[in-house]
Design a protein. Structure first.
Lengths: 425, 140
């Protein structure tokens, strides 16, 4: 998928209300009341809502095809396998993989990262080897590596991030040069806390000069950006369906084909084997050797529908443009409220995520009272405890947008926030 | 007054406020006017698990009755803690252990403050009862 320059944000862009209403009509969960008020869902970075196309795909699967994959000789088994493999191919096309063999279905980004950590710890990583992360990584891309530091004695190095959320590339370069045996660089496509989008193409190139493997945590990536893993040059790319309008319980791990010999299986059991004896086993070819047990076929069907929704139903570029306009409107509004301090200011490019805090007012109180207005935001550490602690914060409020949010919703949120702060301040 | 009678009084007090924001305002005021803990008293061991903010709860036994003091770094949990300590303080362990608070729904904040949410409400009640049980066992 190539970028369309004519859809770049321009000074004359206006909110296309009709278009947004059409988009919103696809999402049944938007049409509900919370505490007597219309839902204002601003927690999309936690999970997105799902369009009827995706809900229908999952429901249809269970109503009809519904059989186990790969091992059956009957019609439903074949249909099930067909849709599962069609989903795999669709994902491969979606992220620009060379073949569907490079696509492994997991239960989500966290499992994908744990997969890589476990497999590399068995086959690649030695005590004293270095793994490089950024300071703003989500716990799911930090804790597995801390565990390996404790269990295996690997070294962890952290690329510092500026207050803007941007990674300090000169320090990254220095860490690459000076660290022993840099085996892996594992970084987020974008930060779920600050919204900062990392220059993953450039950072991958830098890592490759030192012979390191590169893993991208794409949880906040695919939903707002066109991803081409060959262009990025990464070895692994992980993402979850549920943050990109797909079902929960299914995710993807892209593993570059050249690594399929070196990267061993993560989970063992049925479906990933070739021949099993009492004392030894030979494995199936990739990607099957990476998928043990009955997969979440309904989830894969839903993910296929989500990708189709994003690429065929939605005008993806228009949706991203809308998100950026909403982000601008949200940031402008927040900067006008006394006491509100935003994280990640000055960072560019940025996903439509804003974290903020109000000194002297606890984030729990703010979020609780906002809920009374039907506003769904997230409060707390957002699974980024170490960085928040470094910045002297215990928690923030995070508002995260999608193309189906409206200017009116943001205005209502800002109004509610002012009332809440007047009461709590 | 029994705990039950105090609870009825609390529910009646809330009837003055129709609007949910006003109810929250009242909870916050109860927290502000209730007893706090000084910084020295805010020890790790007094922290209650299961709350999104920090909530400290301490208890002592005097003349066969348990007295509670609580505090929080967030104002809504501080208010909830003040309501709970108000209800349960000055009663014998048995009365405390037998009592199940019912007021959250009845004050009209059932949707907002249901015990299944991690506002610490059920964790606080549990800890209040844990203290009562501990004091009761020491008495025996």
């Amino acid at each position: 998928m190539k970028s369309n320059p004519s859809s770049q944000l321009s000074a004359n862009s206006v909110f296309n209300d009709t278009q947004v209403e059409d988009w919103r009509a696809f999402f049944p969960a938007l049409d509900q009341q919370v505490n007597g008020r219309p839902l204002i869902y601003l927690d999309n970075a936690a999970t997105s809502l799902r369009p009827i196309q995706v809900i229908g795909a999952v429901s249809d699967y269970y109503s009809t095809i519904n059989a186990n994959v790969h091992r059956a000789n009957h019609f439903l088994g074949h249909q099930s396998t067909k849709i599962y493999e069609a989903a795999r191919q669709r994902v491969a096309d979606f992220i620009g993989a060379s073949s569907s063999g490079e696509i492994v279905f997991t239960k989500g980004t966290s499992e994908s990262i744990n997969f890589v950590a476990a497999s590399l710890s068995e086959h690649v990583l030695q005590p004293g080897d270095t793994v490089i992360l950024t300071e703003s990584e989500h716990h799911s891309n930090m804790v597995p590596w801390i565990h390996l530091k404790q269990r295996l004695g690997i070294r962890l190095e952290y690329i510092p991030v500026e207050p803007s959320g941007e990674a300090d590339l000169s320090v990254f370069e220095r860490i690459l040069e000076q660290s022993p045996n840099v085996r892996l660089v594992s970084i987020a496509h974008a930060s779920n806390l600050t919204g900062a989008v990392h220059p993953i193409h450039e950072m991958t190139r830098m890592a490759k000069r030192f012979g390191a493997l590169v893993m991208i945590d794409g949880a906040q990536g695919v939903v707002h950006h066109r991803v081409d893993v060959k262009e990025i040059g990464c070895d692994f790319y992980a993402f979850s369906a549920h943050k990109m309008y797909g079902p929960m319980g299914v995710g993807v791990l892209y593993i570059k084909e050249a690594l399929h010999e070196m990267v061993g299986p993560y989970q063992f059991g049925g479906g990933m084997i070739d021949a099993v004896h009492f004392d030894r086993v030979s494995y199936a070819a990739a990607p099957y050797k990476y998928e043990a047990g009955t997969p979440n076929v309904a989830g894969a069907a839903g993910l296929l529908a989500a990708i189709d929704f994003m690429t065929k139903t939605l005008d993806f570029d228009a949706a991203v443009t809308q998100e950026q306009m909403l982000l601008g409107h949200l940031e402008a509004g927040l900067s006008g409220i006394r006491g509100v301090s935003m994280l990640g200011q000055g960072g560019h490019p940025k996903d439509p995520i804003v974290s903020f805090y109000v000194p002297g007012v606890h984030h729990y109180d703010i979020a609780t009272m906002l809920d009374g207005f039907g506003v769904a935001v997230r409060a707390g550490h957002h699974c980024v405890q170490p960085l928040l602690r470094k910045w002297g914060l215990e928690g923030t409020i995070r508002a995260s947008l999608s193309f189906y949010n409206t200017k009116g919703e943001i205005d209502a949120f800002l109004k509610a926030l002012k009332r809440v702060l007047a009461m709590l301040g | 007054m029994t705990i039950k009678e105090k609870e009825a009084q609390l529910i009646e007090d809330f009837e003055l406020f129709e609007d949910w924001m006003d109810k929250y305002g009242y909870i916050i005021d109860l927290g502000k006017s209730g007893a706090s803990l000084d910084d020295a008293s805010k020890r790790e061991e007094l922290l209650i698990n299961g709350c999104q903010s920090r909530v400290w709860l301490e208890a002592e036994m005097k003349d066969g009755q348990v007295y509670y003091r609580a505090d929080s770094d967030a104002v809504i949990p501080k208010g909830i803690a003040a309501m709970l300590t108000g209800l349960f303080s000055g009663h014998r362990p048995d009365e405390i252990l037998d009592f199940s608070p019912d007021f959250v729904d009845k004050i009209g904040l059932g949707q907002h403050l249901s015990p299944t949410r991690s506002n610490g409400l059920s964790a606080m009640i549990q800890q209040i009862k844990n203290y009562a049980l501990a004091f009761k066992s020491k008495e025996a």
